[in-house]
Design a protein around this ligand. Structure first.
Ligand code: NDP
Ligand code: OXD
Length: 293
């Protein structure tokens, strides 16, 4: 198994075991959607490492009090996210969907250039990934604004804090969602909030499906308030074959691939953190269980 081999190679002194054959003592756990039986065995462990940036699947499990839960920090995902979102934004800004419609009708229809200075991209979430994506879009000349719990510095863009969501949304021609899924953010993108976007706005969701209320999104696209959406994440994954998103002409679906967990980079990050913990040093990426991310 690639993960076990990579961990063994990065930590030759470690005894790497695969659940459920993990013996009686676990010092460190490396998990993705762990079963509660495993979590219940972690009394005495020194840390649990999640094989992803999002930790929503760790909520509501019986973690020992005080056990540090550690997420991946970038680990090669920021570059992938920037690629995916740049594609979505350029496709919208350069109107490739409209050219596709023209091609299907065999119509030669040049379109005037859109005013880039008025084509604002809004980042919901200005963390590790949101900030990296914003920087790429700024480098392409797009005006970018961002919303986060606490107001962040956004180089070349305007930043909004928690209570300013509707003012932030009103600025976005494209809204890119890179928020963690928590009790506070679940269902955040519903009819009320999505209606704060200007008419013709476009949604890119690369965070978690449950941030969006599916029926509200569909209704707002069907009434023409929103132009469409590019969705990489869904409430149920795989997206059920009968779901309306699959066949909607203004929705693009990808199968949770916007930023894949890269084995070697992730293992290197985890191994480096284990070494720091063993030396009594602090590490980045320990989640705040109360906040949920
Ligand atoms: P970070 O923890 O670095 O950033 C989270 C951002 O969201 C922060 O800016 C934070 O605000 C903001 N935020 C959190 N809660 C709220 C809230 N209630 N109101 C306003 N802002 C809030 O996470 P990452 O950037 O590393 O990752 C973001 C998410 O992307 C992950 O949680 C995961 O779900 C998703 N993801 C998806 C992948 C995919 O393949 N589709 C791959 C990787 C990640 P503040 O700065 O104030 O703390
Ligand atoms: C992640 C993911 O959170 O892959 O890292 O979705």
């Amino acid at each position: 198994m690639r993960w076990t081999e990579a961990l063994g190679a990065a930590l030759p002194e470690a005894n790497v075991r695969v659940w459920p054959d993990v013996g009686d003592t676990i010092d460190y756990a490396v998990v993705w959607k762990p079963p509660s039986d495993l979590v219940a065995r972690l009394d005495g462990a020194r840390a649990a490492f999640n094989l992803g940036a999002g930790v929503d699947a760790l909520a509501d499990l019986p973690w020992p009090a005080g056990l540090p839960l550690v997420r991946l920090v970038d680990a090669g995902m920021a570059e992938q996210m920037a690629e995916y979102v740049t594609y979505a934004v350029l496709r919208r800004y350069r109107e490739f969907e409209a050219f596709g419609d023209s091609q299907r009708a065999a119509e030669w229809r040049p379109r005037a250039r859109l005013d880039k200075s008025a084509f604002n991209i809004g980042m919901l979430g200005l963390g590790v990934l949101g900030t990296a994506v914003a920087a790429t879009l700024v480098s392409l000349g797009f005006p970018v604004s961002g919303w986060s719990r606490t107001r962040r510095q956004l180089a070349g863009g305007r930043s909004f804090g928690g209570g300013e969501l509707s003012s932030f949304l009103a600025t976005c021609r494209v809204l890119v969602c890179l928020l963690p899924l928590t009790k506070e953010t679940s269902g955040l993108l519903d009819r009320r909030t999505l209606s704060c976007l200007p008419r013709g706005a476009y949604l890119v969701n690369v965070a978690r499906g449950a941030l969006v209320v599916d029926d509200d999104l569909l209704a707002l696209i069907d009434t023409g308030h929103l132009a469409g959406a590019m969705l990489d994440v869904f409430r149920d994954e795989p997206l059920p074959p009968t779901h309306a998103f699959w066949h909607h002409p203004r929705i693009t679906v990808t199968p949770h691939v916007s930023a894949l967990t890269l084995i070697d980079t992730s293992v290197a990050q985890i191994a480096a953190k284990i070494r720091r913990l063993e030396s009594g040093l602090p590490i980045a990426g320990v989640i705040d269980r109360r906040r949920g991310y």
